[in-house]
Ligand binder design. Structure first.
Ligand SMILES: [Zn+2]
Length: 221
């Protein structure tokens, strides 16, 4: 998929879309189905920054719900300005609001914006990451940091963690079989009672492994 600087991908192309729902044959008890989702570039925004970008007290509009309960793609988008005035426009905001703003880009997005070495981080681990200028319809926010490549991760609830024999913070592997078969070796485990079993990867990772044409997907220790 094209990731040029201007114009960015059209809004028609959803920011977070379900690329594939892979079925793990239910061999034994435990989770019958593993879902793998490719997250396109997006922004999580704080109350304070939303006020600056869209106006005081502004509330996000739900465009559609995302697989993890309570999360949604908003109708609102912003424009991101990189260090050499390169732009990414129509950057989708995901809700709900967070305590700190954060922007997740794929590697090719980051390069097109002017960052050759964007750090790979788990969500919320933002210290020492680069920032950017964000433009909304009401105003501009200069983020001192918050740009990351999101580390690949799997959401699961405690029962699913027990099924796989893993705990919060462990690393698992993900084998995507097909014509471009890839085994990812660093899939971070995130355990929460409200989670649905699902792997999140970015668009570059999904393209590299041919996710949309995967023949089999297996998550293992
Ligand atoms: Zn996630």
């Amino acid at each position: 998929m094209a990731t040029g600087t201007l114009p960015s991908r059209s809004q028609v192309e959803e920011i977070v879309r379900q690329v594939v729902t892979a079925r793990l044959a239910g061999t034994h008890s435990g989770p019958p189905r593993l879902e793998v989702h490719a997250s396109a570039r997006h922004m999580h925004v704080s109350r304070q920054d939303l006020d600056k970008l869209f106006g005081p007290g502004y509330e996000l509009t739900v465009d559609r719900p995302l697989p993890q309960p309570g999360n949604f793609a908003a109708k609102e988008t912003v424009t991101l300005v990189g260090p050499r005035r390169r732009l990414i426009s129509n950057l989708r905001i995901l809700g709900p609001l967070r305590s700190r703003s954060q922007i997740e880009l794929a590697f090719t997005d980051a390069v097109s914006l002017g960052y050759d070495d964007l750090p790979i981080r788990l969500s919320g681990n933002l210290d020492g990451t680069p920032g950017a200028l964000v433009m909304g319809p009401h105003g501009v926010v200069e983020l001192p940091n918050g740009l990351i490549r999101a580390a690949m991760h799997v959401h699961m609830n405690p029962q699913e963690a027990a099924h796989y024999g893993v705990k919060q913070g462990d690393l698992m592997k993900l084998r995507v079989a097909g014509d471009a078969a890839v085994t990812f070796e660093r899939v971070h485990v995130r355990v929460d009672p409200s989670s649905r079993l699902g792997v999140h990867m970015d668009t570059d990772e999904a393209n590299a492994c041919g996710l949309s044409r995967a023949r089999e997907i297996v998550l293992f220790k």
